[in-house]
Design a binder for this molecule. Structure first.
Ligand code: ADP
Ligand code: MG
Length: 446
């Protein structure tokens, strides 16, 4: 289908054209009609599937026809980066509508705070806020949400993981009871379901192909002892002139220590919760404009943020939650591009690794350790009873069908491309020649 079938007001359709959005993604196709009917909605779809526009478009269409004054839409998101990103997408799509939005987030200096407070009082029509800062502003008593029509919770799973559920409930006490509430999430654990019952009214539910990793990602695994990880990541980083790599560690302490080691040889930055806002922004903009090529990060970076052209994601630690694997790997190969995801698995993490393979429905190819690093533990026996060592390259589908018919692009300035239908059923398959690491002569091949 095309966007024109939604019969959006002309200025909104113009915004879509300007952004280069031609076809709705599956989540947009399903969510938009429900939202336009005025229903509450719980929607689940993995990162990178276009959830932002799925709620922005119908909501913009609705408020463009509303006569009320004041804040009409409140979007709550877990991190300042995400709030900024959502705000930017609103600015793009709402360009011809003349609808105003403002991101509200913690950190920054007194100036930012003052600007945010003023903009709120002047009545931006859409507010995109992180929970903590919004609570602080509400406590000041100057912000009124009497005109509010829509509440949207984006990345709801992440917000609950970060402990924001009480804050969100407090915010909701300041909102009109009669409103439309939309909850978007990449995953749907039971606690989200419970939480949503408290704040949504008779919601419609949609969920799209959870747990699939993007099709263009070549996924590889190394079996390693902890003591081998640093040498291996060094080896991998030197194997090619990478332009954009994210290395994920499980804790911020590990991020900091790996950062210390890597910065002796590479230009690298660490991204974790202890940074203040301006540090985060500096790092992200350097990473986006490619002046910074390597980022070591915690999962704070794994969800939601849309950084384009990531060549490789390295899971220095196997993600605890298999869904975090999908999120981390979702940082690469967005928008039909090719990307690579490499995961280090030690003896302790073999079961996490098995759960990941079960979730994504793929067998991930094991790459033998480079000679200089020496053999790692033999984990094949534990990882679902199969041996992957001899597979030809890349991950292999386990036979589940990939439900995606089309995938969003991430660069609004170019024309969208269609998914080639062939290859749909082989989400991550690559030729072994695509595996750059194998080409190096000092790597054993089996
Ligand atoms: P999610 O919130 O599901 O992780 P986003 O909303 O951030 O995903 O969208 C990912 C990327 O896809 C963004 O860069 C966005 O501009 C782009 N995008 C979204 N919808 C479309 C569409 N219908 N056509 C083309 N690109 C799209
Ligand atoms: Mg999102």
């Amino acid at each position: 289908m095309t966007f024109s079938e939604f019969n959006f007001v002309a200025e909104l359709q113009e915004g879509l054209d300007a952004m280069g959005f031609e076809k709705p993604t599956p989540i947009q196709e399903q969510a938009i009609p429900i939202i336009m009917e005025g229903r509450d909605l719980i929607a689940t779809a993995q990162t990178g599937t276009g959830k932002t526009a799925a709620f922005i478009l119908p909501v913009l269409n609705q408020i463009s026809q509303s006569q009320k004054k004041g804040v009409k839409v409140l979007i709550i998101a877990p991190t300042r980066e995400l709030a900024i990103q959502i705000d930017q997408q609103i600015q793009g799509l709402a360009y011809f509508l003349g609808i105003s939005s403002i991101p509200i987030y913690g950190g920054g200096d007194g100036n930012t705070w003052e600007q945010q407070r003023k903009a709120l009082e002047l009545g931006a029509e859409i507010v995109v806020a992180t929970p903590g800062r919004l609570i602080a502003l509400l406590a000041g008593g100057k912000v009124k949400f009497d005109a509010l029509e829509n509440l949207i919770l984006d990345e709801a799973d992440r917000m609950l993981d970060m402990g924001f559920s009480d804050d969100i409930l407090t915010i909701i006490q300041h909102l009109p009871k009669k409103r439309q509430t939309l909850l978007f999430s990449a995953t749907m654990p039971p606690k989200i379901r419970k939480f949503s019952q408290q704040i949504l009214h008779d919601p419609e539910q949609i969920s799209i192909a959870l747990g699939k990793t993007a099709k263009g990602v070549s996924q590889y695994v190394y079996h390693v002892y902890d003591g081998q990880k640093e040498a291996l990541v060094n080896h991998i980083l030197k194997s090619q002139d990478f332009q954009a790599v994210i290395i994920f560690c499980s804790t911020k302490d590990k991020v900091k220590s790996l950062f210390k080691t890597l910065k002796k040889q590479f230009q690298v930055e660490a991204f974790h919760a202890d940074l203040d806002q301006s540090e985060r922004e500096q790092i992200m903009s350097a990473f986006k404009n490619k002046s910074l090529k390597i980022l070591v990060a915690t999962d704070i970076l794994s969800r939601g943020i849309d950084v384009e052209d990531i060549e490789m994601v390295v899971n220095f630690d196997t993600p605890n939650d298999p869904e975090d694997y999908v999120h981390r790997v979702g940082r690469t190969a967005r928008a039909e591009k090719k990307g690579k995801a490499v995961t280090f698995v030690n003896e302790k993490d073999r079961y996490k690794y098995r759960n990941i393979q079960n979730l994504i429905g793929l067998e991930i190819e094991v790459v033998p350790n480079p000679e200089e690093i020496g053999p790692g533990p033999d984990l094949a026996a534990a990882s679902s009873g199969k041996s992957y060592g001899k597979s030809a390259g890349g991950a292999k589908p386990k036979g589940k069908k990939n439900k995606f018919k089309s995938k969003p692009r991430s660069n609004p300035s170019t024309k969208p491309r269609e998914n080639p239908e062939s290859g749909e059923k082989k989400p991550s398959s690559v030729k072994s020649s695509d595996n750059k690491f194998r080409k190096r002569k000092n790597i054993k091949d089996g």
